[in-house]
Design a protein around this ligand. Structure first.
Ligand SMILES: *Cc1c(COP(=O)(O)O)cnc(C)c1O
Length: 409
């Protein structure tokens, strides 16, 4: 089928041109590497946007997928699904939550969280409390409600009117948050570590302050861990770095399926009180195939030893990126992020640097606030972290040379 495919031909006009794609496709992947149809081997520090948590074609995931593919793919949520029950039990145990709802993406997981919030207050006789506060520079997804929570003009433009019920305040500002809470407020949503929004790490003080505000006003606290969860920061939950903070709702997606589309909204028993039969639902969510794969991801990822490697590699990478920032102050402002949800804020235009890194065999992506996001598979080894750092250094040198020759011309 792809035999006739050639990078020399222009891309088909049969696709809505919504994604800004590089003229590159891959024949296959293995571990932290992708093999391009241009004949080159790429170190993949994009990992399908923090999705391929166990890298490409992890033998255990391939084996699990093959075995499940020969048994049962889909049967609908009209029946019990053993793999889904097992995954729910494991995820609630790992997060300290009580209940899970499975869907197919991050935006859908957040959508479920928003509906849970509204239902919770409606059931408790306070239907007037329906508004959810998010922070500026957040990213919560692209469906209509998730877009309203994301609240950024660059994503909203052309899609007004915005779904009602979402307010935004400045990031990191507890006083502004307190001010924004009113008699119609129901919940606060925040990413403990931002992905798309610019790799900001919420301080312990901020997260604990948000929890305190929620407690004082009877609000639900949602931690959107679609990108920062599932071990990405070196702990299974990104908020576990902050002792003592417990959310009412957690959403996960990206890394959970290792490349299979799955999302989940987890909550306490109390917060899920309104989520009764028929109230919300999905056709595809939590089918046997995706749940079998997600369980296999957890078999490998949810161990102390595995998470220790993420922490070690994250620390190593962070130190190396800080050093690069000192070496190239003309290109890099600072290192940002936590664990392997990491990157740099650029001095040059981030989107200009991504293709230069790609020319040097390193895949990455941009993030908000002019960041370059580096989110390798969590199975990455220290030697591959060092290789990535070396590629960034070489790319930065070649950027300087190009800038100098343009300047001289
Ligand atoms: C990617 C992302 C989403 C949206 O997930 P989709 O699967 O693209 O719908 C939501 N929240 C955060 C923090 C994300 O990084």
């Amino acid at each position: 089928m792809t035999d006739s495919f050639s990078l020399a031909q222009p891309m088909t006009s049969a696709l809505m041109p919504l994604a800004r794609r590089a003229n590159l496709a891959f024949s296959h992947g293995e571990g932290v590497y992708l093999y391009g149809l241009d004949g080159k081997k790429y170190l993949d520090f994009l990992a399908g946007i923090a999705v391929c948590s166990l890298g490409h074609c992890h033998p255990y995931l391939v084996e699990t997928l093959r075995a499940q593919a020969g048994k049962l793919w889909h049967c609908s949520n009209h029946f019990r699904i053993p793999e889904q029950e097992r995954l729910a039990e494991r995820l609630t145990r790992l997060t300290g939550m009580d209940m899970a709802y499975f869907c197919n993406s991050g935006a859908e997981a957040n959508e479920a969280a928003f509906k849970l919030v509204r239902k919770y207050f409606d059931d408790s006789g306070q239907p007037e409390r329906y508004r959810i506060i998010s922070v500026e520079q957040a990213f919560h997804g692209r469906t209509m409600a998730a877009l309203a929570a994301t609240g950024q003009e660059k994503y909203l433009k052309g899609f007004y009117p915005k779904v009602d019920g979402f307010d935004q305040v400045a990031y990191g500002d507890l006083a502004a948050m307190a001010q924004a809470i009113g008699p119609t407020t129901a919940a606060i949503i925040i990413e403990p570590v931002q992905g798309e929004g610019g790799l900001r790490v919420a301080s312990d003080e901020y997260l604990l302050g948000l929890r305190a505000l929620c407690d004082r006003h009877g609000l639900l606290l949602i931690f959107d861990q679609v990108q920062c969860g599932i071990g990405r920061t070196g702990k299974f939950c990104s908020h576990s770095w902050c002792g003592g903070v417990k959310p009412d709702v957690i959403t996960f997606a990206k890394g959970l399926g290792g490349g299979i589309p799955i999302g989940v909204c987890l909550s306490t028993k109390q917060a899920a009180l309104g989520m009764t039969a028929g109230v919300h639902g999905t056709t595809f969510g939590g089918n046997p195939l995706v749940c079998a794969v997600a369980n296999a991801v957890l078999d490998i990822l949810a161990t102390d030893e595995f998470l220790q490697n993420v922490q070690n590699c994250g620390t190593r990478f962070g130190a190396g990126l800080k050093q690069l920032a000192a070496e190239f102050p003309d290109i890099i402002v600072e290192h940002r992020g936590r664990g392997l949800l990491t990157g740099i804020q650029c001095k040059i235009t981030n989107t200009d640097f991504v293709p230069v890194l790609r020319e040097h065999g390193l895949l990455s992506t941009q993030g908000g606030d002019n960041c370059l996001r580096l989110v390798p598979p969590l199975i990455v080894k220290p030697a591959e972290i060092d290789l990535a750092l070396e590629k960034i250094r070489t790319a930065a040198h070649s950027w300087r040379e190009r800038a100098a020759s343009v300047g001289a011309a």
